[in-house]
Design a protein around this ligand. Sequence first.
Ligand code: PLP
Length: 459
Amino acid sequence: MEMKKVFLPEREIPRQWYNIQADMPTPMQPPLHPETKKPIAPEDLAPIFPMNLIEQEVSTQRWIDIPEEVLEKYLIWRPSPLQRAIALEKYLGTPAKIYFKNESVSPAGSHKPNTAIAQAYYNKIFGIKRLTTETGAGQWGCALSLACSLFGLECKIYMVKVSYNQKPYRQLLMKTWGGNCVASPSSDTAYGRKVLAEDPDCTGSLGIAISEAVEDAVTSENTRYSLGSVLNHVMMHQTIIGLEAQKQMEMINEYPDVVIGCVGGGSNFAGLSFPYVRDKIYGKEIRIIAVEPAACPTLTRGPFAYDFGDTAAMTPLLPMFTLGHNFLPEPIHAGGLRYHGVSPLISQLVLDELIESQSYNQVQTYEAGLIFARTEGIICAPETNHAIAAVIEEAKKAKEEGVARTILFNLSGHGMLDLTGYDSFLEGKLTEYSLPDEEIKKAIKVLESYPKPEIVTKK
Ligand SMILES: Cc1ncc(COP(=O)(O)O)c(C=O)c1O
């Protein structure tokens, strides 16, 4: 019988996160103040985030110790298993070996608690009593509710309305962990009320929900905002995934030729891939592929520009690939991938050609998800299915070329609460939509008046 799972003993859990800013060939360009458009100082972020996390955001220290209290909570489900998709390999008749990190085993069902727990901890020791956030598909809101309950903080979640209506059980999970979840746009904030006055039927977007959560944080006492993706410290907290994977692959004398992950804001992809990007920077031959929806093709078709992280233009301007902060993606089922921008760290690594990007339409991703569910048994989140579509394509290519490649991907979450999407696919209701060029041109017009980042690359 072939080996199916690799478990890392608890005592071997990585004790430091990896900060890729220490090794990037091209240094990051600074975020800009939303009003002055000048580089922001750490103090400018203090009304939004606690200073200990701001310090991590700007740190260039290679390794950052994971606090004991955070490790203790990680041990609830970590180290997560490294698994081999043998039945999928057989189904595809590929000589490729397919491995995945199973992040769906966390209590919230995804990779998101890796940073939620860290953020709740740092806020708690900074004296913060309440956190606000946004959530798309509901995975992040669940993760933060869980983390806040573990550290005794209050939690308010603005959930994108289209997902709020599609995923009632996610709301119930948040409530069970003690979180207060409302549909965004909501009447709880001035910005939400403004959006509703202009369009009472607005289905919401991550950008709008972020604006509401930030407004709530800066106008409420003892409250800070928590972001589940995009920012540097979030990417760093997620590197526990890739650091564990490296140890587990070493235990079976394997090293991947290709690393794949889906990308919304970029955190699960960064988490698995950044330790491998480091290897690549120092000379390893490895392909690293970021996969996104054809309905929201930020990395594959957006420009690299300074843009706001939210729709109300309250956050700093970040240097990133973006479709413009007013862009409202189609309500595809992969709610967590409906974001106009992407992590500045990933953006720079794409410019440096250390990371490749690909996109798939919704039908292709559900086809892949269904094959995975019917071979490996796991029903994945619609976001994860994007990674699986790319994995299947790579495995087929290996077959055509007759090469026994090793593929590693991130199974970022399960889809047990996302079954309406599977139902729509099985009923033939989904279309092969990709965002038309004219829509992109319209959406990125807003960027024209902003300062332009330099396009610096060390190819
Ligand atoms: C299961 C799952 N995968 C991926 C994502 C995309 O986010 P990120 O790019 O930050 O990993 C989400 C976001 O909600 C998610 O829930």
